[in-house]
Design a protein around this ligand. Structure first.
Ligand SMILES: Cc1ncc(COP(=O)(O)O)c(C=O)c1O
Length: 384
C-alpha cells in the first residue's frame, strides 16, 4: 500500500542532509504566523475568506510596494505588482503568457535545476549561457541571442538567479547588471530575475536588483516568502510592466479562481503590518550566517586538497569543485553510506557538464550536524 506523506523533505536518520535547499524547521516563525492569522481573521474575515482580487489583495500589494521602497529606495507602482503562489508558480505563469512551445529560454550554466523543468514542460528549448564567479557573461548572452535569432529561433526569455544564486551562491556583479539591463532594453529581451535569496546576505547587501536599473524595461523580478518566511505559505510577488501583470492577472486560472493563495496573502499582510517581518529576516541572517561560517570552517578543515569552493556571501548554498578524478554523482552512494548527502553538480547544467561539482546546503541542519556532515564528506572524498 502506498504511504501518503504530509511533507516533502524527509530527513533520513543518520544522514547529514546537505541536498535539500530548505530552511531548518526551527527557523520557521510558527507563533508569529499564528498571531498574524488570528489578526487576519479577527479584523475582517469576510475579506480574507472570499475569492480574492486577481492581482492579489490590495493590502499586501501596498505593503510589498512600501517595503521595497523603504529597503531599496525604489517603490514599484501598484500596477507593476502581482501576488503569486511563489516563484515556481510565477515562472510557469509567465512562460504561459510570454512564450510559445519551441521558443528558447536562455539560462545560466549552472542554474536552478527545477526552473529547467518548468521551462521544458512549457515546451521551451533551454540553451545555456556561460558564466563565472561574477555571474552570467552578458557578452556571451548577446552573442548567443544574435546567433539564435539569425538561425530563425525566437528567444522568449533569459532566466537568471542573479543574487546568491542556486546552486553557486554567486552574485551577478553590478557592472554586469547594468550591461544586462541595457541588453534587455536594446534587444527587447525579457529577463526573468529570480530573487529568491536577495534578502539573505550575511556580510554586505548585494548590488541593486536588475529590475530597479530599468523599471520600464523588459524585466520581470520574482520574489518569494519561501526562503525568508516559510515555504509552506506558497506565496511570493512579481514585479513587471503593467501589461505583463494585466495579462497574467486576467488569465483563465485567475478569472476562475481569483487571486492565488488569497487567505495566506492576508496572513502575510498581517505579519508585515505587525512589524514581524524585518526582525524575522534579521534573525535569519544571523542564524544562517552562523551556519554558513560553520560550513566554511568545516570545509577548510576536512576537505582534501584539490577541492575548492565559493565564499557563500548569502543565500543557502556552497558550490564545491572536486578534483578532476572525482565525479559528484558517482560518489554520492558512498557518501550516503557514510552518512552525508548532497546534490551532484550535473543536475544544474541544462546542456551537460558539472560532473566535478556538488552543491551543499547549510540552511537545513544545526551547527553540530553541519560540522559532522562535512567531516564525513571529507573522509569520503579522501577515499575517492
Ligand atoms: C532559485 C530558486 N528559485 C525558486 C525556488 C522556489 O521558490 P518558491 O518556493 O517561491 O516556488 C527556489 C527553491 O529552492 C530556488 O532556489
Amino acid at each position: 500500500m502506498q504511504t501518503l506523506r504530509d511533507i516533502r523533505c524527509i530527513q533520513r536518520p543518520g544522514i547529514a542532509e546537505f541536498g535539500w535547499g530548505h530552511p531548518d524547521p526551527a527557523l520557521l516563525p510558527a507563533e508569529a504566523l499564528a498571531q498574524a492569522a488570528a489578526l487576519a481573521l479577527s479584523r475582517d474575515w469576510r475579506s480574507a475568506l472570499v475569492y480574492g482580487a486577481d492581482q492579489g489583495p490590495g493590502c499586501l500589494i501596498e505593503l510589498v510596494r512600501r517595503r521595497l521602497g523603504r529597503l531599496e529606495g525604489n517603490m514599484p507602482a501598484a500596477d507593476q505588482v502581482m501576488i503569486t503562489g511563489g516563484i515556481s508558480q510565477a515562472l510557469d505563469m509567465v512562460c504561459a503568457q510570454i512564450s510559445r512551445p519551441g521558443d528558447v529560454a536562455l539560462v545560466e550554466a549552472p542554474t536552478y535545476h527545477l526552473a529547467l523543468r518548468i521551462f521544458r514542460e512549457r515546451g521551451l528549448r533551454v540553451v545555456a549561457v556561460p558564466g563565472d564567479s561574477q555571474g552570467v557573461h552578458v557578452d556571451a548572452a548577446e552573442a548567443m541571442l544574435h546567433m539564435l535569432q539569425s538561425s530563425g529561433e525566437r528567444v522568449a526569455l533569459l532566466y537568471t538567479v542573479a543574487t546568491f544564486g542556486n546552486p553557486t551562491g554567486s552574485t551577478l556583479a553590478a557592472d554586469r547588471r547594468y550591461a544586462l539591463a541595457a541588453l534587455a532594453r536594446r534587444e527587447g529581451l525579457m529577463v526573468i530575475e529570480d530573487d529568491a535569496y536577495g534578502e539573505l546576505w550575511y556580510d554586505t547587501p548585494p548590488p541593486p536588483p536588475i529590475f530597479n536599473l530599468t523599471p520600464a524595461g523588459p524585466i520581470i523580478r520574482l520574489g518569494s516568502y519561501s526562503k525568508v518566511l516559510a515555504p509552506g505559505l506558497r506565496l511570493g510577488w512579481m514585479l513587471a510592466a503593467p501589461e505583463i501583470v494585466r495579462r497574467c492577472a486576467t488569465s483563465g486560472v485567475f478569472d476562475s479562481g481569483g487571486g492565488i493563495n488569497h487567505f495566506t496573502a492576508h496572513v502575510v499582510a498581517a505579519f508585515i503590518e505587525l512589524g514581524l517581518l524585518d526582525p524575522h529576516v534579521e534573525r535569519l541572517r544571523t542564524s544562517l550566517g552562523e551556519r554558513r561560517d560553520t560550513m566554511m570552517t568545516a570545509l577548510a578543515r576536512h576537505l582534501p586538497s584539490g577541492c575548492t569552493w565559493n565564499p557563500a556571501l548569502g543565500g543557502y548554498f556552497v558550490w564545491v569543485r572536486l578534483p578532476a578524478n572525482i565525479d559528484g554523482a558517482a560518489t554520492l552512494p558512498a557518501a550516503e553510506a557514510a552518512g552525508v548527502s548532497y546534490l551532484p553538480g550535473e543536475r544544474f547544467f541544462a546542456e551537460g557538464g558539472g560532473h566535478h561539482y556538488l552543491r551543499l546546503s547549510f540552511s537545513l541542519l544545526p551547527l553540530e550536524q553541519i560540522t559532522e556532515g562535512v567531516a564525513r564528506l571529507g573522509a569520503v572524498l579522501r577515499r575517492a
